[in-house]
Design a protein around this ligand. Sequence first.
Ligand SMILES: Cc1ncc(C[n+]2csc(CCOP(=O)(O)OP(=O)(O)O)c2C)c(N)n1
Length: 529
Amino acid sequence: MSEDTTARLIVDCLEAEDVEHVFGIPGEETTELLFALGDSDIEFVPVRHEQAAAFIADVYGRLTGDAGVCLGTLGPGATNLLTGVADAYLDKSPLVAITGQGRRERIQRESHQAIDVVSLFDDVTKWNAQIDDAAFAAEAVRKAFRCAEREKPGPTHLELPYDVAGETVDDEPLARRDPVSLPAPDRDALDAAAEILESSERPLMLAGNGVLRTRAAPALRSFVDDTGIPVAATYMGKGAVSDADERSLYTLASGVDEQYAPIERADCVVAAGYDVAEHEPVDWNPDLDRAIVHVDTASADISRHYNPDVEIVGDIDAALDRLAGSVDLRFDDEWWTELREEVHAAATEHPADDAPLTVERLVPLLRDAMADEDVLVSDVGHHKGALARRFPTYEPNTCVISNGLAAMGIALPGAIAADLATDANVVAATGDGGFMMNAADLETARRLDCGFTVLVFENREFGSIARQQHAHGGGDYGTQFTNPDFATFADSFDVDAYRPESWSAIDRTLSEVVPDDDMALVAVPVDER
Ligand SMILES: Cc1ncc(C[n+]2csc(CCOP(=O)(O)OP(=O)(O)O)c2C)c(N)n1
């Protein structure tokens, strides 16, 4: 033990947690922390908006399982972080947010830039505290990481008042320990689930985010091999089974004529790692006419439309493994093979030369330009639905979609995270609305020497909302905008820019730029209506 400031102790603790990057924007109240980071092995990455810092930490956590770390100052720095932290909360990504605060004596009175950030973050964090005493700092950091990373993961927040940051303390980091194992599944629950499965004729596996998070995809794939059960993924479960597998029905909303076709036809759903925040149960189970088996690390958040017949709670990997060993049958494939063919054909059919440019038609060309292990990060909008339903995904964590909070603006920062966290080629696919929300962080990507492609679908409108307005019988109201010239815009960031306007030009451009190591922006004019 040696005496040092609390800020330096906290940075020692971050090093003990194997943190490699902290993303954020500095402020006066975080000066001590910044200097301590500067003297450490951790890289502080300045961004252009705290929201981007939180999104980067969010996606970094989601891809690696290790909490991503973001930093903001008090007041406006903290409020700017909030959307990304909330995204990590509903998407269940491990993230640790750190914010500065004024001296403790300022907290109880009206004071410049000072708001109650701990209260503000309360609803979007798993744990959230002010380090009000130097003696608490080491414990607080260990607790923040452990709490963020254990099932179900999510964000935690630590607030560091300016005076505590500068106080001297004689302490050292608490040791990081191996994650606690999840409990083995209960035998009675496994038997009850096996009984339901054996008495069903058209069972479907619904693979959610929890399968990817807990690294249970290999067990899920073996379950499918052993039983012959077809699988539909949630948007955040894409890649749990490969869409090249004949038993994959893509996502639960991938039906061609009937959106929820896979589920409509099933009489039993095994929901593995399904987070209800992703898809409202009422949408896929409106008539309560199918049995539900819940397999997850936590018991179900039940509701009228999601009230499982049996719950297998604990380690998803072990649950799937043991369940496969308990069910003694291979299911009939008659009810879903045609559906698989339809969905797969729709996802892989290349557009005719004169077909209008739409996101759905572009998907097969994008897929061709990307290797199986390359990572697609989608933004939020009409394009997200098209990518979720149609982008064939072969490996876990290669199609990153925010479907809990579903916050626009995540794709570009998310691609920065994917570029840092993986060796794969990365594509950020985004609408023009979402892109412009965090477009300034193109500069961060360029400064970090990232090498990904930003694919902007340009329709000069908040497309998904415009479509909903039309579906409600209205016209366009509050949905239309103009854009900068994206080629000039990207060029001003020293990012290569392309504007292909035919299918052959799109095909050529994507196959050239996606595998390339330089940053590129490809703006494609789309007309979905
Ligand atoms: C931060 C945020 N604000 C608003 C919304 C509501 N919303 C959902 S989709 C959408 C439009 C997205 O437009 P764009 O990015 O251009 O993509 P497109 O729908 O045209 O593909 C909006 C406003 C949201 N999800 N997130």
